[in-house]
Design a protein around this ligand. Structure first.
Ligand SMILES: *Cc1c(COP(=O)(O)O)cnc(C)c1O
Length: 390
């Protein structure tokens, strides 16, 4: 049962060691607080669930959906883009429904990457960009995201011959794991770079609605000429607490959208229509739940920042995403520090190395547990570790 090269090419699972430790601790009866995985903890808003229940009773929805999604759902996405970003999209040809944006991010490389081709992949970053590249037989070229550059890739540092061989550039702002932001000016530079080197830009906007302090993240499609070179992924997962429902979309360049739809029509049969109706309810319905969640995450964020800063960190509160990205104290690798925090405080944080080589030296805290538990976690860390130095 020799596995295919493409499966064997995947990097080893970096959290295996820490997961073993977690199991051991749990077996000992330790009360573990996990600030590890970024998965919204609150329920999906009631009106979205009601729509699913209503539509689940309709036998028309029990049949195969179309793989690119109902036109009505894609219209709701187009209307949302117009309202939220003042971006015009043709729902029939510039939007495709996805089984969560992860599905599209994983499949896009199958549309454009031949063995030996390069994709430009952010490091640290959401692992699926590189994994999709490898599964398609391509080679990820990792663009380091450095703190001194505001965790934006330095486009000028990408060697000419690499850029000329590259098929896709993945970017993601507001950024997981760093919480960094990009403005339209940066997106304009990406468009120019992509035009020069004939690269398809795939912007992952999963956190466009998780923002605070009055900040409104822009869409990549607001950049001049963005639709000539790329697409944007987004999803209902994060703004509407719907990670389990599996519904998202890609929007932008019609050729790229058509190619992604063609791959999908050969591999899957789209999203259960009742879920698409629920998605429409989310996008077109009242948005108070989104505002409430922003307030909830903001309070949790402040609890983490205050807690860490009282121990010696000097962090600015991130303006978007539900993550805090912080440097590891002197004398530890990110894995060693995560193990120490688990061992001494029973708190799970994610070592930055799990997101790529350039994540070393940092750790990530997810704000997806209640504030009381976050406060308890930070107090435990303070009691166990005390003041830190860098
Ligand atoms: C959560 C997340 C996604 C995937 O969300 P879906 O549930 O698949 O829509 C995509 N990108 C990033 C950076 C994420 O954190």
């Amino acid at each position: 049962m020799q596995e295919a090269k493409r499966l064997r090419s995947l990097p080893p699972y970096l959290f295996a060691r820490i997961e073993k430790k977690i199991e051991e601790k749990k077996a000992q009866g330790v009360d573990i607080i996990s600030l590890g995985i970024g998965d919204p903890d609150r329920p999906t808003p009631e009106h979205i669930i009601d729509k699913l229940v209503e539509q689940a009773h309709n036998p028309e929805n029990h049949r195969y959906p179309t793989s690119v999604g109902m036109l009505e759902y894609r219209r709701a996405v187009a209307d949302w883009y117009k309202k939220r970003f003042n971006v015009d999209l043709d729902p029939a040809e510039e939007i495709v429904t996805l089984i969560g944006s992860k599905e599209g991010i994983g499949h896009i490389s199958f549309c454009y990457v031949d063995p030996g081709d390069i994709n430009l992949v952010p490091d640290p970053g959401y692992p699926v960009y590189g994994i999709g590249t490898l599964l398609a037989g391509g080679e990820p070229y990792y663009m380091p995201l450095k703190e001194e550059n505001g965790f934006l890739p330095d486009l000028d540092a990408i060697p000419e011959e690499v850029a000329d061989r590259a098929k896709i550039m993945f970017i993601n702002y507001p950024n997981n794991p760093t919480g960094a932001l990009a403005d339209v000016d940066f997106f304009n530079k990406v468009v120019a770079f992509a035009k020069k080197h004939d690269i398809i830009v795939c912007h992952d906007a999963a956190y466009s609605e998780i923002a605070f302090d009055g900040y409104q993240p822009p869409s990549f499609l607001e950049a001049e000429g963005a639709k000539d070179v790329g697409i944007e992924f987004n999803s209902l997962s994060k703004p509407f607490n719907m990670t389990g429902w599996r519904i998202g979309w890609a929007a932008g360049n019609r050729k790229v959208i058509e190619a992604l739809g063609r791959i999908k029509s050969n591999l899957d049969s789209g999203v259960f229509q009742a879920i698409q109706y629920a998605g429409i309810a989310g996008l077109t319905g009242p948005q108070d739940a989104v505002k409430e969640m922003q307030q909830v995450y903001k309070e949790r964020r402040d609890a983490v920042i205050n807690g860490l800063n009282s121990m010696g960190w000097q962090l600015e509160p991130p303006k978007a995403t539900f993550y805090v990205w912080a440097p590891v104290p002197k004398g530890y690798t990110s894995s060693e520090f995560a193990e120490l925090v688990l061992e001494k405080a029973g708190v799970i944080i994610t070592p930055g190395i799990g997101y790529g080589e350039n994540g070393e030296g940092y750790f990530r805290i997810a704000l997806t547990v209640e504030k009381e538990r976050i406060e308890e976690a930070l107090q435990r860390m303070k009691d166990a570790i005390g003041k830190v130095e860098f």
